[in-house]
Design a protein around this ligand. Structure first.
Ligand SMILES: Nc1ncnc2c1ncn2[C@@H]1O[C@H](COP(=O)(O)OP(=O)(O)OP(=O)(O)O)[C@@H](O)[C@H]1O
Length: 261
């Protein structure tokens, strides 16, 4: 008899979440878990609310209804001081995640360390070099963002998001604007970081190649119904989701041969 697999542990739980801008409801009744060490993709068509969901998860927007939990603790109703402790465990790379152009890559990555730790300058320098090495940018400490490629800028952005050793990494469209090869390298990096650091990674993207390459779990936000269309492994949903919108999205508009097989 084979041993039962351990139950996946919910790192983030989204319960009855409705997101709105004033009276405009973006998504309603969202209910799903993001498990420990997941590479979890938030996907869906343009304007469906992916970035808005990310903003709710990191506390930049408040739910119109519902709650977000981290390790079973209520983030939405937490007091400001308690909330700050949650937020300190997050590393975030925003969609517009540009680095400061007037600072070198090393100075960009040192910023969060200088702001949130009492580390001495020498220790900061060493840690910055270590973080740059993790993303394959050893030796680029003194380069300015304009002197390196788009893919290298993204990798430096990830190094900055990881500066404080976050438990959870949030990446908003990390592959946007990259050529396929750079995008692929970024995917490999994200996988490697999750495996070596044991972080949970939440990514907003609609790039199918990336979704299938790295995500083990995902939610599809369905613009037509304004709620989640499916939750699960994207490779399985591609052929077997009961929701035709999900199958169409994951098959670039073409239906799989026999969704029931
Ligand atoms: N600050 C805001 N105020 C009002 N409406 C907003 C605001 N931000 C976004 N929206 C609207 O909310 C909806 C969801 O936007 P959001 O940016 O979350 O979508 P998205 O799925 O991330 O889009 P994309 O794939 O194009 O980046 C859109 O209709 C958008 O116009």
């Amino acid at each position: 008899m084979s041993a039962a697999l351990p139950e996946p542990k919910a790192k983030i739980s989204i319960r009855d979440l409705t997101m709105a801008y004033g009276s405009f409801v973006v998504m309603k009744d969202l209910n799903f878990d993001i498990n420990d060490r997941d590479i979890f993709v938030i996907m869906g068509g343009s304007g469906c609310g992916k970035s808005t969901l990310l903003r709710h998860l990191i506390g930049l927007r408040e739910p119109a209804k519902g709650e977000v939990f981290y390790d079973g603790k209520n983030f939405t109703t937490a007091e400001p001081e308690e909330r700050e402790k949650f937020i300190r465990r997050f590393g975030v790379m925003y969609q517009s995640g540009a680095l400061w152009s007037s600072l070198t890559l090393a100075e960009n990555i040192a910023l969060p360390l200088e702001e949130f730790t009492t580390m001495q300058p020498k220790a900061v320098r060493e840690l910055v070099s270590y973080k740059l090495a993790l993303v394959g940018l050893s030796g680029y400490e003194d380069y300015y963002p304009s002197q390196v490629s788009g893919g290298m800028n993204k990798r430096a952005g990830i190094a900055r998001a990881m500066a404080l050793d976050p438990d959870i990494l949030f990446l908003d469209e990390p592959g946007a604007g990259l050529d396929p090869l750079s995008s692929r390298r970024l995917d490999d990096l994200i996988l490697r970081l999750r495996d070596s650091l044991g972080s949970t990674v939440v990514i907003v993207t609609h790039e199918l190649a990336s979704i299938f390459a790295i995500a083990n779990n995902c939610v599809f936000l369905d613009t037509a119904t304004r709620t989640q269309g499916a939750v699960g492994n994207p490779s399985e949903l591609k052929d077997h989701s009961e929701n035709p919108s999900v199958r169409l999205f994951l098959n670039r508009g073409a239906e799989p041969a026999d969704p029931s097989s």
